[in-house]
Design a protein around this ligand. Structure first.
Ligand code: KIV
Length: 275
């Protein structure tokens, strides 16, 4: 069954957990979709995972459209959410609507995601008014990495925790259909989840959230540059790939690949007529 923003809301109301994983290409999106995961996030984490950047700052709208389009083709049932990259919405409400519109028109995604609370509510409202569903993102928002001074757990003081709750209420009031909570203490994330009626999707925010999201390359142990504490490695695909690449290299070099069954036939008479 096709997942939509309405499905998300109904799942929260029924107390059913929402699953979300990132994907950045057609083949991975197909696998995630066929596994029954409710939503695929084309995260700007593609800057790290796909493009080898140190952070998400340099990711462009074109990058998001390129990968988002491929993912949307592979996702039959999952709700595809595409990240709005750094400086594609912070600059003005106009830029936010134009870029969200481009992302939706050119990828066929079902929603966009942007980072920030009360400060980006005018953008959230304008995008939602243009009939584009918006997922908000609070807590550790990687596009603000330079302002935060590093990857740190957010909301640990009374002021910061209260601001997180207020921001969650603000993005809900602005029309966001869901909110990602990243790197937030579990008790606080649970409080936020109870304080708003839209679903919270946690990443490093404990199981009191209404759903969970992980970067697929982290949960498959394919991305080895950095692995946050909150990641569970559901399979060691990185090791399996690495071994397969070594086996391929050896088979090519010792001549055992390609074997007879990997080759195409031609009549000997044809070969004999060649000079
Ligand atoms: O870009 C991304 O993958 C994200 C998730 C970490 C939530 O925003």
């Amino acid at each position: 069954m096709k997942n939509t923003v309405t499905t998300f809301q109904q799942m929260k109301e029924k107390g059913e957990k929402i699953s979300m994983l990132t994907a950045y290409d057609y083949s991975t999106a197909k696998l995630v979709d066929e596994a029954g995961v409710n939503s695929i996030l084309v995260g700007d984490s593609l800057g790290n995972v796909m493009l080898g950047y140190e952070d998400t700052i340099a990711v462009t709208v074109e990058d998001m459209i390129h990968h988002g389009r491929a993912v949307a083709k592979g996702a039959k049932n999952a709700l595809v959410v595409v990240d709005m990259p750094f400086m594609s919405y912070q600059t003005s409400v106009y830029d936010a609507v134009v870029n969200a519109g481009r992302i939706m028109k050119e990828t066929h995604c079902g929603a966009v995601k942007l980072e920030g609370g009360a400060v980006v509510c005018p953008q959230i409202k304008a995008i939602v008014d243009a009939s584009i569903p918006v997922c908000a993102h609070l807590g550790l928002t990687p596009q603000s990495i330079n302002a935060f001074g590093g990857f740190k757990v957010q909301g640990k003081t009374v002021e910061a925790a209260q601001k997180l709750i207020d921001d969650a209420k603000a993005v809900e009031a602005a029309g966001a259909f869901a909110v990602v909570l990243e790197c937030v203490p579990a008790k606080l994330a649970k409080l936020v989840s109870e304080a708003v009626s839209i679903p919270t999707i946690g990443i490093g925010a404990g199981n009191g959230c209404d759903g969970q999201v992980l970067v697929y390359a982290d949960m498959l142990a394919m991305f080895s540059d950095f692995c946050p504490k909150f990641v569970r490695k559901f399979a060691n695909v990185g090791e399996i790939m690495s071994q397969a690449f070594k086996d391929y290299d050896a088979a090519v070099k010792d001549g055992s690949f390609p074997a007879e069954e990997h080759t195409y036939k031609i009549d000997d008479e044809v070969i004999e007529k060649l000079y």
